[in-house]
Design a protein around this ligand. Structure first.
Ligand SMILES: [Zn+2]
Length: 424
């Protein structure tokens, strides 16, 4: 067991009075006092290098610190040793017949786990063990944007990493690395941001991230997934039940967009993840996903989409069409021959789920086209016309892969240069 001194607890009759010595006479740095109601104590930490002092004042009659003061007077109360694995430490002590106050760890301050060792086994010193648990912050509540009568919820299926060079095609690294900082393996961090569209009577999910099936060590190694917070959490935080989704719309069937369409059941079989939903896919894209070549087979995985056909929840669309009131699709081509974006329109306002036409805000310049695109000149041509339209008509652009900017308006400066004004 490796144990490091974390702090020394000192029982005092009065925090205020004790500060005359610890703060004023010794000149130590004192943190604000905090109430710990469960222990009926007020505690004040004093930083002294790698370990600290903890002054303890009783905050209610009959508290453990009050009893200690009555019996022994002020003075050293406990020492706290920080260990890496508190359960293993307790087991080791039990094996050596050390008397424990806590047989199992219990929650302490700041999410830590703590347990006390009885002073009779520790030469008269009350010893506290502590394991610092990295606290995962509660998931942020997904941003909701009201677009006329339609509600857009900006969801997130976590992050992954792709080669920065491939993400920016012919753009030299000295230019793109200012917009997207690469890691030591030249990869850039990308979000997966599905969007929920609620028109008041129906709920549509557009794309669904990579989902939970890519669990092989090799895939984790290549893509550096960060999915502790994923679409499941994001939907829950938004108060959206998977059963409440009526339509799932695919921009295209690459794994980082369609992986979340299915999930594995108890026997390991991939099934449609949203039980009530009809899944809408463009026919051309569906056909290409089934006719993979050496270049496309690394991103079209049948378990992401074949179960939709098998379960008869697949609807193929041939043309640009309205999918539900307020949402229509438009083929962009470029990234794949049948890649499509979704236009969400209400009360004269338009939001565009641009998918891989504009994966991040950094892809704003016309020629910043992904090396992944199968038909980059088509992307360039479509993008040129689209950007002009987006500025003129003030489209709200939803950036599916941007790690920081989920949505923004494209504006044009006086010198003609375009920029993104983020709104989320
Ligand atoms: Zn993508």
């Amino acid at each position: 067991m490796k144990a490091v001194l974390d702090h020394v607890g000192i029982a005092v009759r009065s925090l205020d009075e004790s500060l005359a010595f610890f703060r004023d006479a010794l000149g130590l740095e004192v943190e604000p006092a905090q109430d710990v109601p469960a222990q009926r104590v007020r505690a004040q930490f004093i930083s002294t290098g790698s370990a600290s002092l903890e002054l303890l004042e009783s905050s209610a009659p009959g508290s453990p610190i009050g009893a200690f003061l009555e019996k022994r007077g002020p003075g050293l109360h406990h020492i706290t040793l920080r260990v890496e694995d508190i359960r293993a430490a307790l087991q080791q002590l039990k094996d050596r017949r050390v008397r424990l106050i806590d047989e199992a760890p219990r929650p302490g301050a700041e999410g830590a786990l703590v347990a006390f060792i009885h002073p009779s086994s520790a030469h008269g010193v009350l010893v506290e063990l502590k394991q610092v648990v990295s606290v995962i912050p509660p998931p942020p509540k997904p941003r909701v944007i009201q677009l006329g009568d339609i509600q857009l919820t900006l969801l997130c299926d976590g992050f992954f990493h792709l080669d920065g060079g491939a993400m920016f095609g012919v753009i030299p690294k000295p230019m793109w690395e200012k917009k997207a900082v690469p890691d030591d393996r030249n990869r850039i961090r990308m979000a997966m941001r599905p969007v929920l569209v609620d028109n008041g009577s129906r709920k549509m999910l557009i794309d669904a991230g990579c989902g939970d099936k890519m669990t092989s060590p090799k895939q984790a190694e290549i893509y550096g997934f960060e999915r502790d917070f994923n679409l499941t959490h994001s939907l829950a935080a938004a108060g959206v039940a998977p059963e409440s989704i009526d339509v799932v719309l695919a921009s295209h069937l690459h794994f980082d967009h369609a992986g979340g369409f299915t999930s594995l059941d108890a026997s390991g079989v991939a099934r449609p993840r949203f039980p009530r939903a009809q899944y809408v896919v463009r026919r051309g894209e569906w056909d290409e996903a089934h006719l993979v070549n050496e270049r496309t087979k690394a991103t079209y995985f049948p378990e992401n989409f074949q179960p939709l056909a098998d379960s008869r929840v697949l609807q193929l669309v041939d043309e640009d069409a309205t999918i539900m009131p307020g949402v229509r699709v438009q083929r962009t081509g470029g990234h794949t021959m049948h890649h499509q974006m979704a236009l969400i329109e209400s009360c004269g306002k338009t939001a565009v789920f641009a998918a891989d036409l504009l994966p991040t805000a950094a892809h704003l310049p016309e020629v910043w086209v992904m090396g992944y695109d199968l038909f980059p000149i088509d992307t360039l041509n479509f993008k040129r016309a689209f950007l002009r339209e987006a500025v003129e008509r003030e489209y709200l652009i939803l950036f599916e892969h941007d790690p920081d900017v989920a949505a923004g308006y494209i504006r044009r400066r006086a010198d003609g240069k375009r920029y993104v004004e983020p709104v989320a």
